[in-house]
Design a protein around this ligand. Structure first.
Ligand SMILES: [Mg+2]
Length: 344
């Protein structure tokens, strides 16, 4: 485990857990078991946030008793489009991680097929139109660019599926680029793509901590700020960094926003993740209590902290409640295997 920095009297300053530090320092290779735990955490944490947040989507005032009741119930945790798209992206990356190449047409096809198989998962209006274009064989790039009066979407749909790109080898610029391309299929606006890049960088920065010593949320947020290319995402990262001492989710949401725009959802998710970097469930619950686009904000926060802390940090009884958790585990195993092999 980590050692807390004694230099900060103002707050408990947890670092991102490194379950594998000694091995990584010795070999610069993560140990297989620890790596799999982190990739499982990424996908299961995302699904957990998505499913726990979904019933509260659009609420401005989250009733803590209702949230607690849902948490303590035995209900199946049904996820939405966020997890469906994240799984499709993770599967694509598992297939291509070793090739150092993202095939945009093939990825667009994978997203479109996931939507076609389960169109009832809660998709917004924009992606299905683009997916239908993909399936018709017409030019989806033109269709994506036509959205929102020709500006393209700046919604959070690219960011909500970007976390698996953070598991790729090759450093922060590469994972940011892959995340941007994964977002661009449905989100032609630079802010929609920048949100995706920042999420992937947040994951990667906390995962690939070899030889960097202790990694804190502050360090991750610095990486995120450097990766952001738009004023909107730079401001979102700065807002998350300024909220590390804020314990009130509603107050935090007033500062980051909690809407469907990429910079609002990513700022909110980074805030929740940075406050609870070693506890995916607590990060997810903080994100939900921020209100607004709760499923997506909690999915992003859950993916990031799940990757940092690993699936073993998520209570087993909650993992067992996640819809199709065995399928998610299988995708995680494939992605972990592909990304670890690509590092060798
Ligand atoms: Mg959703």
């Amino acid at each position: 485990m980590w050692t807390a920095r004694p230099s900060s009297p103002r707050r408990r300053e947890p670092a991102i857990p490194n379950r594998n530090r000694r091995e990584e320092q010795l070999t610069e290779q993560p140990n297989e078991e620890a790596w799999l735990d982190r990739i499982r955490g990424l996908l299961l944490g995302g699904a957990l946030g998505d499913a726990l947040g979904a019933p509260f989507e659009g609420s401005t005032d989250i009733d803590p008793r209702r949230l607690h009741g849902f948490l303590e119930s035995d209900e199946v945790l049904c996820w939405t489009d966020d997890t469906a798209m994240q799984l499709a992206f993770a599967e694509h990356l598992a297939d291509s991680a070793g090739s150092n190449h993202v095939d945009d047409d093939r990825l667009a096809g994978a997203f479109a097929q996931a939507w076609q198989a389960e169109p009832w998962r809660g998709y917004g209006a924009n992606p299905p139109r683009i997916f239908a274009t993909v399936l018709s064989g017409a030019d989806w790039r033109t269709e994506a660019g036509r959205s929102f009066g020709g500006q393209g979407s700046l919604g959070n749909g690219g960011a909500m599926r970007a976390a698996p790109a953070g598991a790729l080898p090759g450093g922060l610029p590469r994972v940011a680029e892959v995340a941007r391309r994964g977002a661009a299929i449905t989100h032609a606006h630079p802010v929609g793509q920048d949100g995706a890049a920042v999420v992937a960088v947040a994951v990667h920065s906390g995962l690939h901590d070899t030889n960097r010593g202790e990694v804190t949320p502050e360090i991750v947020l610095q990486d995120c700020g450097r990766a952001a290319t738009t004023a909107e995402l730079r401001a979102a990262v700065a807002a998350a960094g300024a909220l590390l001492d804020t314990s009130d989710p509603a107050e935090a949401a007033r500062r980051t926003g909690n809407g469907i725009a990429a910079h609002e959802a990513v700022g909110a998710a980074l805030c929740a993740a940075a406050r609870h970097p070693d506890d995916p469930l607590t990060a997810v619950l903080f994100a939900i209590r921020m209100g607004g686009d709760t499923d997506t904000i909690a999915a992003i926060a859950g993916s990031i902290v799940g990757a940092w802390a690993g699936a073993t940090a998520i209570p087993e009884r909650l993992v067992a409640r996640i819809e199709q958790h065995s399928r998610i585990e299988a995708v995680a195993a494939r992605l972990a295997d592909a990304t670890l092999s690509a590092r060798r």
